[in-house]
Design a binder for this molecule. Structure first.
Ligand code: ADP
Ligand code: MN
Ligand code: MN
Ligand code: MN
Ligand code: MN
Length: 386
């Protein structure tokens, strides 16, 4: 098995003789190298989204100087035939740097670079060069265009990313009894105590790493199902919402690698009486945040969202129908509903909004495996551009 062959859960686990995961390498030895100076060079880790639309890929480019912004970085390319994004006989996919963050793994002046993917520029029969076009899995390009159009409304997003930590050997949630279940839901949400808050070191490491990187992570908490956790990114403006969420996921997957555990963004990892995993998106614009008139603006926007429910649901995450059942703090996938302080609705408006007459609202429909570029694009399109 090769790692992440375009499918979920394909990381080859490594077993020790007594069933423990063995460290392939001695992590202590890395300490001999990690503080060596780099002779003035810096490492840029180019990150992109692979062929499933969920897998994250990256490779390193060594640069001669520290770039000030993404615009200072060279375009690059990769072998799209190895990520399910191009045929073998025309395999080059182009990467355009879009945002840079400090690299929490390498430290120093090293950076991680969020990129998006394009077909290479091609020479046409008349000799002119056709500019690069986004490859089909590049959902960022369309999102960036919509955010550009709506820039004067200043759309803000606060994305609640839930996920589940799995034992890499068994693919069963970390800390759950082998071939069995923990006690019923109740004590695990925002928990303290062993057996209730499971895997906290990973969550803390991820939080620190995100803050170091410069991501606007606004909080973390354990969730209703044991070994399920959440962090929030935001509020962030426009395309930054999608960019920061994708980069925070990359950092999470890299942290999990260090702890020899897996994370899954599956919307309903354990069937039955266990909460699914969501990706609520909190949203506001200049209009909804405006003093006194904001509450009216919210009601107008929500009405528009109701008319386009099916379009949104179709883009809100693969397998979301297993989660949006109407139970476990969700609304049915088939109906649009909204309410003040109601967690059983498609859209929840905060208790204080009608009081303060301004604020934001929460779209509770997106699943944990949401593509934030699609969800934020649709929110802006439906509420501001239609
Ligand atoms: P919940 O009560 O649903 O669990 P959280 O506290 O987890 O909500 O997440 C709320 C998110 O909304 C946070 O990321 C927060 O930064 C964000 N947020 C706060 N104010 C706004 C706003 N005006 N517009 C958009 N997002 C906002
Ligand atoms: Mn090679
Ligand atoms: Mn939350
Ligand atoms: Mn939550
Ligand atoms: Mn929420």
């Amino acid at each position: 098995m090769s790692p992440t062959n375009g499918e979920k859960h394909t990381l080859a686990p490594v077993f020790g003789t007594n069933g423990q995961i063995t460290q392939l390498l001695d992590p202590e030895l890395w300490n001999r190298f990690k503080d060596l100076d780099q002779s003035g060079k810096i490492c840029a880790e180019y990150v992109w989204i692979g062929g499933t639309g969920e897998d994250l890929r990256s490779k390193t480019r060594v640069l001669d100087s520290v770039p000030k912004s993404a615009a200072d970085l060279p375009d690059w390319n990769y072998d799209g035939s190895s990520t399910g994004q191009a045929p073998g006989d025309d395999s080059e996919v182009y990467l355009k740097p879009r945002a840079i963050y400090r690299d929490p793994f390498r430290g120093g002046d090293n950076i991680i670079v969020l990129t998006d993917a394009y077909e290479p520029p091609r020479v046409q029969p008349d000799g002119s060069v056709k500019p690069p076009v986004p490859i089909p899995t590049n959902t960022r390009a369309a999102c960036a265009e919509v955010m550009e159009k709506a820039a004067s409304h200043e759309p803000w997003f606060g994305i609640e990313q839930e996920y589940t930590v799995l034992d890499a050997r068994t693919k069963w949630p970390l800390g759950w009894p082998t071939n069995g279940f923990p006690g019923p839901q109740g004590p695990y949400y925002c928990a303290a105590g062993s057996g209730c808050a499971i895997g906290r070191d990973l969550i803390e490491a991820h939080l620190k790493a995100c803050l170091y990187a410069g991501l606007n992570v606004s909080g973390v908490n354990s969730e209703v199902m044991p070994s399920q956790w959440e962090y929030q990114v935001g509020p962030v403006t426009g395309i930054d919402g999608g960019d920061q969420l994708w980069m925070s996921r990359y950092i999470l997957v890299r942290c999990a690698e260090l702890y020899n555990v897996e994370v899954t963004f599956d919307p309903k990892p354990i069937p039955g009486d266990w909460n699914g995993t969501g990706g609520h998106v909190n949203y506001s614009t200049n209009e909804t945040r405006a003093k006194n008139t904001g509450w009216d603006a919210i009601q107008k926007q929500v009405e528009k969202l109701g008319k386009r429910h099916a379009v949104h649901i179709a883009a809100y995450g693969e397998g979301n129908e297993r989660r949006l059942t109407g139970k476990h703090e969700t609304s049915s996938m088939h109906d649009f509903s909204w309410g003040v302080a109601n967690r059983g609705c498609s859209i929840r408006v905060g208790r204080m909004v009608p009081v303060e007459k301004s604020g934001y609202y929460e779209d509770r429909r997106p699943a944990s495996n949401l593509d934030p570029y699609q969800v934020t694009r649709l929110l802006v399109e439906t509420t501001l551009l239609m």
